[in-house]
Design a binder for this molecule. Structure first.
Ligand SMILES: [Zn+2]
Ligand SMILES: [Zn+2]
Ligand SMILES: [Zn+2]
Length: 484
């Protein structure tokens, strides 16, 4: 190394400049093109003249500006996420909302034990007198000071048979602290989850207990469940597990995206999908089967009804017999184009007519439904919406392959409620246990189907007319004669 080499100078700066200095071999290679290198250096403005470098790249600045301008807009739905609106809606929530903001822990909150202790036992008892048994028991166990002031009697009161409903309300508030247990409503106690983490929905004939329950074989006190389709039930415990996982974390139950299933039974293909909206579980069940054109009424019944229980094969709420659901299915089946007799004189006549009208008969043509069977229907008594379609679908069972046939597709969207208790409004309504539910009031602004589909597709569906499934509100049930 020569004496003029910068490597000779001491200090950190010289160390780096030495390290970054091109090797001697590189210098020799560059010798021929030295002039160009110099020109480039000359063309470059000196450090003092160059404009100051921005902290962020232009694209990044643009993104941040865009984000700031559209912060309150949902990227998928274009809906405003207006905080003022949100705060107003908080004020409108029910006072007995179990998982309300009161449970949010504030680390800066000063301990109130001293204030609690200042009031006498009799005063606390007077306060508890205003509360229902479940709230009084919750107050009594909320802190050790309060327990000393109020005593055991509020907990003991929950054991009274007439307070069974309050006992449920009290126990279900402990959900967060019991990840390995599940509330059993027929017993009114928590059981240990025996399939923790591997709970799966199974067909109705498969025994699938999620816990060991002494009431499991008592047919007079069954677990609450709802029918999904023929041979498939949804026990309430699964709604509990999904909603617990959503509220408290994966360990508490089943993630909502793992609930969907696809299955075949009795020549019908079914698929289910779940989604949580505003703290309630929504379910979509699509059922389809191939349908031949021109079916007589008996064959239509054979296609639509199960001979086991005379319920439709597809998903239906407890009120399916009243109103127009079944007449709609039959109407839709009547629209499937019938192949024409192409032989003989009649055939020639048809051909001439078709040629004259500029059309030919196509068995694969799209089926258009009429004003009666095409619109989406909503059950007025429960949160269920139905859509009937006739579609061309590939028949995978046909060995020729690529064979398309007309199929009737019935889709039901429903709201299964918040999963806290089987007495909750929506769960009770779909099972026919609540008579005071008005779906056109609860879903007045936006339909269940519209909310559901918007969650899975970037483009929202064009507005569909939703009309009542039972416009005359007839309630004949099995006695009615329209359904069969
Ligand atoms: Zn039990
Ligand atoms: Zn029709
Ligand atoms: Zn209904």
């Amino acid at each position: 190394m020569s004496a003029e080499s910068p490597g000779q100078k001491s200090g950190l700066k010289s160390f780096f400049s030495n390290a970054l200095r091109p090797k001697k071999s590189r210098q020799t290679l560059r010798k021929g093109s030295r002039s160009t290198t110099d020109l480039r250096l000359a063309a470059r403005p000196s450090v003092e003249e160059s404009p100051p470098m921005p902290d962020l790249a232009p694209l990044q600045i643009h993104r941040m500006k865009y984000k700031a301008a559209h912060e309150n807009l949902d990227t998928q739905l274009g809906e405003r996420r207006d905080y003022t609106d949100m705060i107003h809606s908080l004020g409108c929530l029910d006072a007995d909302d179990n998982f309300g903001p009161a449970e949010i822990e504030d680390p800066n909150r000063e301990p109130g034990e001293g204030d609690i202790a200042k009031l006498s036992s009799s005063l606390w008892a007077a306060i508890a007198w205003y509360l229902n048994p479940a709230e009084a028991a919750s107050l009594a166990v909320s802190s050790i000071t309060l327990y000393r002031r109020l005593g055991r009697r509020y907990l003991a009161a929950l054991e009274a048979p007439e307070n069974f409903g309050y006992k449920m309300q009290f126990l279900i508030r402990m959900d967060r602290s019991l990840p390995h247990h599940l509330m059993c409503f027929p017993c009114g106690r928590y059981h240990t989850r025996t399939q923790e983490g591997s709970e799966r929905l199974r067909p109705a004939h498969v025994l699938n207990p999620l816990f060991n329950c002494p009431e499991a074989t008592n047919s007079l006190n069954p677990q609450s469940r709802t029918r999904i389709t023929h041979g498939r039930m949804l026990p309430f415990s699964f709604v509990q597990l999904v909603m617990r996982a959503h509220r408290f974390g994966r360990g508490y139950g089943i993630p909502v995206d793992e609930m969907g299933r696809r299955w075949n039974r009795d020549n019908w293909t079914h698929s289910s999908r779940f989604h949580i909206n505003e703290g309630r579980l929504l379910m979509r069940v699509t059922s389809q089967t191939f349908a031949a054109p021109g079916l007589p009424p008996t064959a239509q019944r054979m296609l639509l009804f199960s001979r086991d229980d005379y319920w439709p094969y597809f998903s239906a709420c407890a009120h399916w017999r009243d109103g127009e659901l079944m007449p709609m299915c039959k109407c839709a089946l009547g629209h499937i184009p019938e192949p024409r007799n192409t032989g003989g004189l009649q055939g020639i006549e048809h051909k001439v007519k078709d040629r004259w009208a500029g059309r030919g008969f196509d068995p694969n043509s799209l089926t258009t439904l009429c004003g009666f069977c095409r619109p989406m229907r909503r059950c007025p008594e429960c949160p269920s919406e139905y859509l009937i379609e006739v579609k061309l679908c590939e028949d995978k069972s046909d060995p020729r392959g690529g064979v398309f046939r007309q199929a009737i597709v019935v889709t039901r969207w429903t709201d299964l409620g918040d999963g806290t208790t089987p007495d909750c409004l929506e769960w009770g309504a779909i099972n026919g246990k609540h008579n005071d539910y008005d779906s056109f009031h609860h879903y007045s602004k936006r339909g269940i189907a519209s909310i559901f589909e918007a969650a899975f597709t970037a483009d929202t569906l064009p507005g569909q007319r939703v009309i009542s499934m039972n416009p005359k509100k007839t309630k004949l049930g099995e006695q009615g004669d329209d359904w069969y």
